[in-house]
Each structure stands twice: as C-alpha cells, then as structure tokens.
Design a protein around this ligand. Structure first.
Ligand SMILES: Cc1cc2nc3c(=O)[nH]c(=O)nc-3n(C[C@H](O)[C@H](O)[C@H](O)COP(=O)(O)OP(=O)(O)OC[C@H]3O[C@@H](n4cnc5c(N)ncnc54)[C@H](O)[C@@H]3O)c2cc1C
Length: 304
C-alpha cells in the first residue's frame, strides 16, 4: 500500500475562508477542477467570525459617501503606504452587515455555491509543505486529522488563502488554526515576504477575567458611543490626534457623542480613529502605568 494518498486537480486552494472559497468558486466557474483544503470543518474558518460587517461605500446611509471617499480613508488609514482597508477610520457609516452574522452568511453562500459547482473539499486536512517541480509549485503535501494519513496533492496552480497569524500573540481572538502557515509555506518554497510588520490589530478585546480573555469587543461599541478611559478615568484618546485627522475629529466629548448619535454636523470621536492609532494609544497608557490592573484600559459602553 502507498504510504500516501494522491489527489490531482487543476487548482488547489489551501484555506476555506472567504478568500479561499471565492477563489475556488471562480476556478470552478472557469471549468477547471478545483479542490479546497481546510484545517477545520468547512464553514468554520475565521471568516465566520466577522460579525461586525463589511465596509462598502454605498452612500445609502450618508449621501456624502462614495468610493472616492472610501479610497481616500483607506489610503490615509495606512499612512499612504498601503492598499488595505480599515474599519475604524471610516469617515461615514459604511458597514454592510447581516445582523451580527455577516461572516456566517458570506461563508455559507460561498460554500453552498462552491459545492454546487462541484468543488472537492478536504476538511480537517493540514498542509505542511508545498511541492516544487524545478522552480514551479506543483502541489502540496499534508495529513488528515481523523486518521493521520498522508496526502499528496498534485495541481497546476496552488492558491494560498490560509488567513492570519493571530496565534503568534499571547492574547488573541484567533482560533488554533491561525498560526501563519501560509506565510511559512510560501517562505519555505522560496518566496520573499515583505512588509511583515504590517499587522493590523483590532484595538479592543477582553483581557479579564480569564474566561473571556481574547473575546473581541467590536468597534461597533465605540461607533455607538462607547469610550476608552485609563485608570484615572481620563479619556486619553483626545490627547493624541494625528495632524492628518484633526479636521475630521471631534474637538469635545459632547461633539463626539453627537456624531455617534447620528448628527451629520458633528465630527467623529477619537475612539474611531484608525485601528493602528487606537492600539498604539492604548499601549502608551499601559506602558505609562495608567492602564487597568490586568494590563489594558477600560472600554465603557457610553459617555459616562
Ligand atoms: C473575532 C473576529 C471578528 C472579525 N470581524 C470582522 C468584521 O466584522 N469585518 C471584517 O471585515 N473582518 C472581520 N474579521 C477579520 C476577518 O474575519 C478575516 O480578515 C477574514 O475572515 C480572513 O479571511 P481568509 O479567507 O483570508 O481566512 P480565514 O477565514 O481565516 O480562513 C483561513 C483558512 O485557511 C485554512 N488553513 C490555515 N492553515 C492551513 C494549512 N496549513 N492547511 C490547510 N488549511 C489551512 C484554515 O483552516 C481556514 O480554512 C474578524 C476576525 C476575527 C478573528
């Protein structure tokens, strides 16, 4: 008996989150054979946890919004070094969502469509290395969790969609799957990795008590009037507003509150500045000894 099981497809997609499934749907629709591999069960990828929503400048909530403003917010949020999207940092309300189950609906729709198109799915399989034929990627090798059998996947094209690296951090909202495998697979196969320091942190999550450690506190809390305070009760976000954002940021707590209550003449509170900035301000308070007893700051649901 062979020591491994061999599978052959035109396109092999490693990762069954929104990115991987979308790639798989596209490949299948183009008429080639496609397979998706996932460390966990289909439908369990992190995409399912995206409860807040997806940013889209549709102009239906605020008619001043459009893709140009969205683009400008995105570039500004990345200090003009980026091509990525921010959640905090949006000038107008822009989140498209399906209740608090946006990711769930996305992933369910994608997987239903993919299965309908005839995708092959390998759940609870972990890829440990990419295979090369000369300088070309020719497949992947891994094992299944159920029986520990080895699997060799041959493919004409391999797509890496393995999600994030959250598990590199002591406190994280990320599940066991997110150990940066895609980065490692690519690196081991000879890819040059760039901008590795560009990790975006969602600034707020629970740190205490241990039973809730790592649970995300959505930006929606701050979007609806929640504020951040240090151990002295000070609303420290007002202390450091980057020059690029001064004109768009409330100059008083009262103005910030009005913004969160829908007043279009008010500017947004500093708690809604970009994620990198909010995260840095929190860290500064903690390092200066003004944090909470367990190493964070206080997130209060209202102005008071
Ligand atoms: C708690 C939480 C809330 C969030 N809320 C929002 C939100 O409201 N809005 C928003 O836009 N974003 C949100 N995000 C971020 C968003 O969920 C992710 O950016 C997005 O889902 C990433 O999708 P993806 O397809 O790249 O990866 P994932 O959905 O993370 O999927 C990665 C896939 O790769 C597989 N994989 C990894 N390594 C291997 C391997 N070695 N072998 C085989 N398979 C492997 C995994 O099993 C998984 O199937 C949130 C994230 C978290 C953690």
């Amino acid at each position: 008996m062979a020591e491994y099981i061999t599978h052959e497809h035109d396109v092999l997609i490693i990762g069954a989150g929104g990115a991987g499934l979308r790639a798989a749907v596209e490949a299948s629709a183009a008429g080639v054979t496609a397979a998706v591999i996932s460390k966990s069960l289909l439908g369990k990828a992190h995409t399912v946890m995206a409860e807040g929503g997806v940013a889209a400048a549709m102009g239906n909530v605020d008619d001043r919004d459009n893709w140009r403003v969205h683009f400008s917010d995105t570039m500004r949020g990345g200090q003009y070094l980026n091509m990525q999207r921010d959640f905090g940092g949006h000038r107008y309300a822009r989140l498209a969502h399906v209740g608090d189950r946006t990711g769930l609906e996305m992933i369910r729709t994608l997987q239903d469509h993919g299965i309908h198109l005839g995708l092959d799915v390998f759940m609870e399989h972990t890829v440990v290395t990419l295979l090369k034929d000369g300088e070309r990627i020719a497949g992947a090798f891994g094992y299944d969790r159920e029986r520990g059998r080895f699997h060799l996947f041959r493919a004409k094209a391999v797509v890496l969609a393995t999600g994030g690296i959250g598990r590199a951090y002591k406190i994280t909202s990320n599940s066991w799957e997110y150990t940066g495998d895609g980065h490692a697979l690519a690196y081991d196969a000879g890819a040059a990795l760039m901008d590795m320091e560009f990790v975006q942190f969602h600034p707020t999550g629970m740190i205490w008590p241990p039973s809730v450690r790592g649970i995300l506190v959505t930006e929606g809390v701050r979007g609806e009037g929640g504020v951040l305070r240090n151990k002295d009760g000070e609303r420290f976000m007002f202390k450091d507003i980057p020059p690029l954002y001064v004109n768009q940021t409330a100059s008083s707590e009262e103005e910030g509150w009005r913004y969160t209550q829908g007043d279009k003449n008010a500017r947004r509170p500093p708690e809604l500045l970009t994620r990198d900035h909010v995260a840095r301000c929190i860290m500064r308070e903690v390092k200066a000894g003004r944090g909470s007893p367990h190493g964070g700051v206080f997130s209060l649901p209202t102005l008071t």
